[in-house]
Design a protein around this ligand. Structure first.
Ligand code: SAM
Length: 230
């Protein structure tokens, strides 16, 4: 399978093991991961956020229920929501989820904004788990014909040490622990790591979460625009 599919399969496998009920995919693009996750029966709320409204609108049909979903309704109900917005902005509708995924997105942010991304994801959204993937620049010499970054919109590509250092700082700051893995193996004997590096975070402290009773939270912010709900 393509690297793209392997990254999404990694998330599917994680969901199968951890059974999150509320999942948000940040930088979901054309919703290909969401379209796969809608078949995971353990999920009750599936949210996608992207800054590119055209991309978001392109494939929403894949998120709609199938006729068979009406013929064989499951006990649990799934809601799917799409929002137009930036991962650098806070929105109370995606706080306190079980899982946040952001697959090949951080390298599209300016390096100066990555701290803000950490603050929004770990500090504000404060989910139980987070999966982040990004290219591993140490793998680049193995990619034929590549000069420079893997994509013209990438603002940076990190080595394993750079990714680790960012992830550990976020853990320290926001009370998470992290494991590193990846997809896309190098040929035997090449010690460069995976083609796509993946960090899986689990929350270990709860003090970042604001314990305000439901219905009123002075910190509530709504920066996203809802495009779709089904
Ligand atoms: N996650 C998807 C996947 O695995 O197929 C798409 C990855 S695509 C390489 C990067 C996506 O990040 C694009 O859809 C882009 O619009 C989105 N993106 C970039 N900057 C963003 C931001 N500040 N807020 C939300 N989405 C952003």
């Amino acid at each position: 399978p393509s690297l793209h599919k392997q990254r999404h399969q990694f998330v599917v496998d994680f969901i199968q093991r951890n059974k999150p009920k509320k999942v948000v995919d940040l930088g979901c693009g054309e919703c290909s991961l969401l379209s796969r996750l809608k078949f995971r029966r353990e999920i009750e709320l599936l949210v996608g956020v992207d800054i590119d409204e055209r991309k978001l609108r392109r494939k929403t049909l894949g998120l709609a229920p199938l006729s068979t979903d009406f013929l064989q309704p499951t006990f649990e109900q799934l809601r799917v929501e799409l929002y137009h917005g930036s991962v650098l902005e806070k929105d109370a509708r995606v706080r306190g989820f079980d899982l946040v995924t952001s697959i090949e997105v951080i390298e599209h942010l300016h390096l100066a904004d990555v701290k803000c991304f950490s603050a929004v994801v770990f500090g504000y959204m404060a989910p139980k788990a987070v999966i982040i993937s990004t290219p591993n620049s140490e793998f680049n010499p193995l990619l034929p014909g590549l000069s420079g970054f893997r994509h013209s919109d990438h603002k940076f590509e990190w080595t394993r040490a750079e990714f680790t250092s960012w992830a550990l700082e976020a853990c320290c700051h926001y009370g998470y622990e992290v494991e590193f893995t990846g997809v896309g193996r190098a040929p035997q004997g090449q010690q460069v790591g995976f083609c796509s590096q993946i960090a899986v975070f689990h929350r270990v402290r709860r003090e970042n979460i604001c314990n305000v009773p439901p219905g009123y939270d002075p910190e509530d912010e709504f920066s996203y625009t809802q495009l779709y709900s089904v």
